[in-house]
Design a binder for this molecule. Structure first.
Ligand code: SF4
Length: 387
């Protein structure tokens, strides 16, 4: 097993992305401007972390169970480790808590006064259970969901974890696949300039890389499947599973696992957990992919990658205003801020206006993350030795 430090999925000095996962594909396909804000600029909603935390703790606990079971532990021993993990990871240990505090003291920026600004302060805290302030995603519902899932699908599960040729269980597999083509224009500093006064370009060197994370690979009845675990707050019925065909993430996972195993993979088993206040309910569904569907997804992927490169080269990523409502308008506030920016262009100079816009964003409901990357891409890539 090899570990690689965090690196950028963009070609150096450009917004041309060569490393892709299903999340960044999803942003691009939903709305190019959403992709710009989320992937290129790295904006995130402040409220997102409860869902990310809950989902990642849920996945990690089930992974622990799978690993212990695959290495000889019985159900109760593996369950104990999974629950222990949940309790430990959702406990706030005594120490200093960093808090963003909104102050009412007016600040002045570029001649414009602002009613509040945020400062970082630290407060001593006692040990206590983690509280996300969310009615459905709590420490209790996390532990309950893990226990109930494993009661339903742990010991008696007909889907069995595949054991890799290296003897390791096929759980939580990170993958990277190189395509046999890359971005057409790749700037380089050591070649002759082909654009007078501009950046020099050369023929392709860096291939596109598709990356992702498979929860588990299982054998079920007569076939091999990827297994993906989801949590949802909505009722799960057949329409829920129908929504995954077609679906970018499931097609990528099926394609990746076919390449990795050099064997027909039938599709993805989705184990969905509906988290409610008083219960967690589980449903298992299947989404199949034929060879023709996978091939079509690959052909489409090539076109999407070319489109992303074209946007990045032009430096303009258009709004898809038909996606605002279906996507939940995650960046509607930001679009409003930008529209406000345009309205005020004749009142203040453009540099002040840009600062004005950025302040609105920083003091609003969005934060900028350190890297403009999704959680999957190269955060910490673990290259699994599959054979
Ligand atoms: S609010 Fe609409 S146009 Fe703006 S980023 Fe979101 S989907 Fe795109």
């Amino acid at each position: 097993m090899d570990q690689q430090a965090s690196i950028s999925p963009f070609l150096p000095g450009t917004n041309i992305q060569f490393g892709w996962d299903s999340t960044s594909f999803g942003w691009l396909k939903t709305c190019a401007r959403l992709y710009q804000y989320s992937m290129i600029e790295g904006w995130r909603s402040r409220g997102q972390h409860v869902h990310l935390d809950f989902g990642s703790f849920y996945h990690a606990a089930l992974e622990l169970y799978d690993r212990h079971k695959a290495t000889g532990a019985d159900h109760n021993e593996a369950l104990y480790e999974a629950v222990k993990y949940c309790l430990e990871v959702t406990w706030v240990y005594p120490g200093l808590e960093t808090v963003e505090v909104r102050e009412v003291e007016p600040k002045t920026e570029g001649g414009i006064s602002w009613g509040t600004h945020e400062v970082i302060q630290q407060f001593p805290v006692e040990g206590k259970p983690m509280d996300w302030g969310h009615n459905l995603k709590t420490r209790e519902t996390l532990v309950r969901s893990v226990i109930w899932y494993l009661e339903e699908f742990g010991e008696k599960d007909a889907a069995q974890t595949v054991i890799l040729a290296n003897g390791k269980p096929a759980v939580e597999l990170s993958f990277r696949l190189e395509l046999d083509y890359g971005p057409k224009q790749q700037p380089r500093s050591d070649g002759p300039s082909m654009i007078p006064g501009g950046i020099s370009y050369t023929v392709q060197q860096q291939p596109y890389i598709l990356s992702g994370h498979l929860d588990r690979v299982v054998s079920f009845q007569d076939g091999i499947y990827v297994m993906d675990r989801k949590t949802s707050s909505t009722t799960i019925g057949s329409y829920y599973f129908d929504g995954y065909n077609p679906d970018n993430q499931m097609s990528l996972y099926t394609f990746a696992s076919k390449v990795i195993y050099s064997t027909p993979v039938k599709g993805v088993i989705i184990d969905a957990a509906q988290i409610a206040v008083g219960f967690t309910r589980f449903s298992r569904g299947f989404t199949f992919r034929t060879e023709a569907q996978t091939e079509e997804w690959l052909v489409n992927t090539k076109e999407w990658l070319a489109l992303a490169e074209s946007y990045a080269t032009k430096g303009f990523l258009p709004m898809n205003d038909k996606s605002c409502n279906i996507y939940g308008g995650q960046f509607v506030e930001k679009m409003v801020a930008l529209n406000g920016l345009r309205l005020q262009m004749d009142m203040v100079d453009s540099i002040t206006t840009v600062r004005l816009c950025m302040l609105m964003l920083l003091h609003g409901n969005y934060i900028k993350v350190d890297g403009p990357y999704t959680e999957n891409i190269f955060a910490i890539i673990v290259i699994i030795e599959f054979v």
